[in-house]
Write a protein that binds this ligand. Structure first.
Ligand code: NAI
Length: 302
């Protein structure tokens, strides 16, 4: 019971990965604030039903949970979410920033509204909820953040400029929180999850080959991502800070973070011509390729 006596907020916990994490948190002994606005995949509408369903599932397990239906993309809502944890359970120990939407479009057709909404939910939402919780964590000198990022940001994906930018922004935000708050015994880590959820269920399944692939992808259930999230939120992960992991069915990956790959130096300095003739031939064999997430993770989930 690694989360016994602990209180956790899980955003977007009305379905998919968030619900799986909320349930695993409750099973590990945590009291859970289930946050979810209950919107469509694109962020439209709103309903308390998904959050209520998660609450019923937790209570059926004998766990403790309350609901908050504020949007993570609203600073006042984020403050209410943290207040809800304190009012309901008297403390707050961990925040899982999981809420998300997608509004995919090829870059040159990306609508301004779709850019703004996706940045608002993922990047601003992660900031707002983390910032509101940081006040509590600083005071009590402990706390853990777990943020859901994506290989769409870490590696790349076609037609997801808004989502990729937001998700890589979340990684930089997480590292900044880890650096700024380590003095208060606060940790911040990211998970790039993989799951068959409504977010991925648009993958085509027309041909027999596609159908077979989709059947294999369905093995990546949202639940597979939950143990790592619970571990990172718990005191067992006391020495894990500022890291980025990925989970794909039964695989767990430690993802790289940007470091210099190779350098060239010229004591006279550089001109554009010298860069073309000297620097680029020296560096180009180490260029990153144009990989997308699916080419780097090219094998079926194990
Ligand atoms: P999902 O669409 O099943 O669940 C997302 C939940 O977030 C929904 O219940 C939705 O109502 C809620 N939500 C959306 N906007 C909100 C807001 N403003 N405030 C509060 N709640 C809000 O998605 P899924 O697949 O469970 O994804 C969870 C997280 O994992 C997301 O951050 C997503 O970007 C990330 N992710 C998922 C992957 C996958 O393979 N499913 C891959 C990479 C990342």
């Amino acid at each position: 019971m690694s989360m016994q006596q602990k209180v956790v907020i899980v955003t977007g916990a009305g379905g998919g990965i968030g619900r799986a994490i909320a349930l695993e948190m409750a099973q590990a002994g945590a009291a859970v604030v289930i946050n979810d606005v209950g919107v469509s995949l694109a962020g439209d509408g709103g309903s308390a039903t998904p959050a209520q369903e998660t609450q019923a599932l937790i209570e059926a397990l004998g766990g403790k949970a309350v609901i908050n239906t504020d949007s993570v993309a609203d600073w006042e809502g984020a403050k209410r979410m943290v207040a809800c944890a304190l009012d309901s359970f008297g403390r707050l120990d961990a925040v899982v920033n999981n809420a998300g939407i997608t509004r995919d479009a090829i870059f040159h057709k990306m609508a301004i509204e779709d850019w703004q909404q996706v940045i608002n939910v993922h990047l601003n939402g992660t900031f707002y909820v983390s910032r509101a919780a940081a006040e509590v964590f600083r005071e009590q000198k402990s706390g853990a953040f777990v943020h859901m990022t994506s290989t769409s940001g870490l590696i790349g994906n076609v037609g997801q400029s808004n989502y990729s930018a937001a998700k890589l922004g979340v990684v930089a935000l997480s590292k900044s929180i880890a650096l700024d708050m380590q003095r208060f015994n606060v940790r911040s880590n990211c998970i790039a999850p993989f799951a068959w959820s409504r977010m991925t269920s648009a993958i085509p399944s027309q041909t027999p080959e596609e159908q077979a692939r989709v059947e294999r992808l369905k093995q990546m259930t949202p639940e597979k991502n939950a143990p790592l999230a619970v571990y990172l939120a718990s005191d067992k992960a006391a020495d894990v800070n500022g890291q980025v992991f990925a989970v794909r069915r039964n695989e767990i990956f430690l993802m790289g973070q940007s470091r210099p790959v190779r350098s060239v130096h010229r004591s006279e300095g550089w001109t554009p011509d010298a860069i073309a003739e000297h620097a680029i031939p020296a560096l180009s064999s180490s260029f990153s390729d144009m990989a997308v997430s699916g080419t780097i993770f090219g094998w079926d989930p194990v």
